[in-house]
Design a protein around this ligand. Structure first.
Ligand SMILES: [Cu+2]
Length: 98
């Protein structure tokens, strides 16, 4: 039983030390892009983006969906760092770096 308790404590320590690594990995998932056009009414933004590794997509210019709160933080011509993913099958900006 004592062995079990020690193992559990070690497992908890390992879990805690794994957190910063997970945050780092998420930080590296940001992709650089430039805001080419914004259509707030349609909930869409045109981004000139670098390679999106999580989507297996090379650099290109394309339209993404984005929530109004994220669109409000963007300006045409602005350089951004963002995370995109498929939401209900549609390519969407899900995170924007401040
Ligand atoms: Cu693309």
């Amino acid at each position: 039983m004592k062995t079990f308790i020690v193992s559990a404590a070690m497992a908890a320590t390992l879990t805690l030390t794994a957190v910063p690594t997970a945050l780092l990995a998420q930080d590296e998932a940001y992709t650089k892009g430039s805001v080419k056009a914004i259509d707030a009414d349609a909930g869409k933004v045109t981004l000139i983006h670098e390679e999106l590794e999580n989507l297996g997509m090379p650099a290109m210019t394309m339209v993404f969906r984005a929530d109004p709160e994220l669109i409000a933080e963007m300006e045409e011509g602005e350089e951004i760092e963002f995370v995109a993913d498929r939401v209900e099958g549609k390519l969407t900006v899900v995170e924007l770096k401040e």
